[in-house]
Design a protein around this ligand. Structure first.
Ligand code: GAL
Length: 368
């Protein structure tokens, strides 16, 4: 074989080798079947979901990728486009902003991708196929019922806080809470301490989206612990003696509950407080054990991940996923699967979170 032919053969073999390597590497890194987009890594809640997805995906035959939108709808859109470029067939997405996410999922829809809204609903678009969520109305109702069950006497100061108005769940949480609290405000048990909008509506149990929006606009924490802290400080500075002493606080989730509780605990005119929460974050479970937070609403994220991935696999297997109801997102009835929630306080931390292996006992101190 001539030297020239040897050189040519070597060249052809090299090119073949490079082609195979790139094809393999493209297969491995390029192609993704299920894309998962979560709102932010800055809140413990979504880091919980990321871990539970990773646990569940170990067993999946389909390739997946998880991306975070860091509290930005623009970043969220970029994430969706990046996943579309990788050829996803199913998009599982928790919107940063329920309405602003419409354009991202419409882009996915155009590519024939099936869209599953995860935990938070995407509103005012028909580009959502399925929705997996917890019973958000029940979350608010459970938080409010905890306050009602522990309140004694009349004119008991009630401080109200809510989630981000860009999050459809914040409306459901507050609506669920208001339905339970309003009768106890109207009968004089509670005295609203920090919201003139809520005060104006205290005789109405059924509030429109617009009325809910007015109250939420005034007491929102934007799901941000610092904003919650600043608001609590402003409210306590403005509050007279009659709005202190033994008080009751509706805090929308654990991250905001801890920062609000710290502010109230540092006010010498506050003799005691009851404060609600949500998400069973580890730090708040420790607060509950230490008596610094009263309760949280446990949402077993393992179930939500199982439902979302179960739907994705059904879709990729060409089957129609099971659903248990639907949600009106302002444009269509979105087929949905909803999971119940569990109230956790000092008395049942072990039963609900340790015995269920959601957390390990040695992750806490003082657990009895
Ligand atoms: C909600 C979610 C809550 C929560 C909050 C803050 O939509 O349902 O679990 O923690 O967002 O991210």
């Amino acid at each position: 074989m001539t030297k020239k032919l040897k050189g040519l053969t070597f060249l052809v073999l090299m090119m073949l080798f490079v082609l195979v390597v790139t094809a393999c590497s493209f297969g491995k890194s390029g192609k993704v079947e299920v894309g998962i987009v979560l709102p932010t890594k800055d809140e413990p809640r979504w880091v919980q979901d990321e871990q539970r997805f990773k646990d569940a995906l170990k067993k999946s035959k389909y390739s997946t990728e998880i991306l975070f939108s860091q509290g930005s709808s623009a970043k969220e859109k970029e994430n969706v486009e990046a996943l579309l470029n990788k050829g996803i067939k199913v998009l599982i997405i928790t919107p940063h902003d329920g309405a602003a996410a419409a354009s991202a999922v419409e882009a996915a829809k155009k590519e024939g991708v099936t869209v599953i809204a995860y935990d938070r609903l995407i509103t005012d678009t028909d580009a959502v196929d399925y929705y997996v969520t917890f019973d958000s109305l029940a979350v608010g109702a459970a938080q409010a019922q905890y306050l009602v069950d522990n309140a004694k006497g009349s004119d008991v100061p009630l401080y109200l806080y809510a989630g981000a108005a860009s999050d459809n769940n914040a409306f459901l949480f507050f609506e669920g809470a208001w339905k339970v609290l309003q009768p106890k405000i109207a009968d004089g048990t509670f005295k609203i301490a920090n919201s003139s909008e809520a005060e104006k509506l205290k005789d109405s149990v059924d509030l429109s989206r617009e009325q809910l929006g007015k109250i939420i606009g005034q007491i929102t924490t934007n799901w941000d612990a610092n904003e919650a802290k600043n608001k609590a400080q402003t409210h306590l500075t403005a509050a007279g003696k009659e709005l202190k002493g033994n008080v009751f606080i509706l805090a929308p989730n654990d991250g905001t509950a801890r920062s609000i509780a710290d502010v109230f605990a540092s006010d010498s005119a506050i003799s005691s407080y009851f404060v609600t929460g949500q998400d069973a974050e580890k730090a708040s479970i420790q607060y509950i054990i230490d008596g610094k937070q009263s309760m949280t609403v446990f949402k077993d994220v393992r179930t939500l991940v199982k439902d979302a991935m179960g739907m994705a696999v059904d879709i990729l297997d060409g089957k129609t996923p099971d659903t248990t109801g639907s949600y009106d997102n302002g444009s269509i009835e979105v087929k949905a699967k909803q999971t119940n929630v569990i109230v956790v306080n000092k008395g049942n931390v072990k039963k609900e979170l340790i015995d269920s292996e959601y957390y390990k006992a040695d992750e806490f101190t003082g657990l009895k």
